[in-house]
Design a protein around this ligand. Sequence first.
Ligand SMILES: Nc1nc2c(c(=O)[nH]1)N[C@H]1C(S)=C(S)[C@@H](COP(=O)(O)O)O[C@H]1N2
Ligand SMILES: [Mo]
Length: 318
Amino acid sequence: MLIKRPVDIPASEITDPGIYAQRREFLRNSAGTALALAAGVAFPGLLASGGAQAAPLRFATGSALSTDEEPNSLKDITRYNNFYEFGTGKEDPARYAHSLRTDPWTVRVDGEVEKPADYQLEDLIKTSQLEERIYRLRCVEAWSMVIPWVGIPLATLIKRFQPTSRARFVEFTTLYDPEQMPGQRRAVLDWPYVEGLRMDEAVHPLTLLAVGLYGKVLPNQNGAPIRLVVPWKYGFKNVKSIVRIRFTETMPRTTWALAGPREYGFYANVNPEVDHPRWSQARERRIGEFFKRKTLMFNGYAEQVAGLYRGMDLRRWF
Ligand SMILES: Nc1nc2c(c(=O)[nH]1)N[C@H]1C(S)=C(S)[C@@H](COP(=O)(O)O)O[C@H]1N2
Ligand SMILES: [Mo]
């Protein structure tokens, strides 16, 4: 089965009927081997998020990289979140993230790169091919979800930005604005939230910059208007509401690794064999389920990513 759709939202609901019919036609003709296009009107107000009224996006479905597991409900995905900029409770982001203004949005690209600039997110989206990717997300707190993201493969943007030969890492920074992000008025973390990837991880085909989920613009609580998704790493690597992408020679100093260096490493690859100092990582609870399930090496993406870490001691580089 190559074409996978989130079941809760029929495609006819997020796509106008004419285009939906065309798409079915296309699927029949292509024998399911090509990517199919789901369409929507993306402009204006492309980035204006807002629950049920969120704008639809135009994107390709049916990625071979998607899982065929059942996605979590939109309700689970948008009401059980970690986004400390809006509070440390799982329900705080859904309650408070409406104060974030996501349109217009600028992403600064700088550091070891040939094309540094302040990019308008709307332009980046208009000129990119968006894809739906249904990925597992495994939080370091031992819960997991399946989320139908819509995003831009990070590799395609990195190609456009043209990192120099000195660039070995990519650093991502969340917006710092305590007025819009009330959680930043308290020193729970060293704001702004910073995450990073090694260059080969950043250009891996699984790595996505998500701008939507369930076919529509990202809800604020999920990291609108643009957030990182690296499905083989713990959830905290998936930095939200990104305003800066910096290419560096040295390993970025990341927020959680600074906050608890013995508990959170730079790599943070999902690994059931290396426990967190305070709890086991062997099992996880899929949100919405009662029984725990076994956590898989690299969150089940070992076939695609194990090669990136060949020869590395994963107990040391956790
Ligand atoms: N800026 C920022 N990004 C963040 C976080 C955060 O607190 N601030 N939490 C992380 C953690 S711990 C997880 S598990 C995921 C949760 O993403 P979701 O709420 O979309 O499921 O976001 C990550 N990205
Ligand atoms: Mo997390």
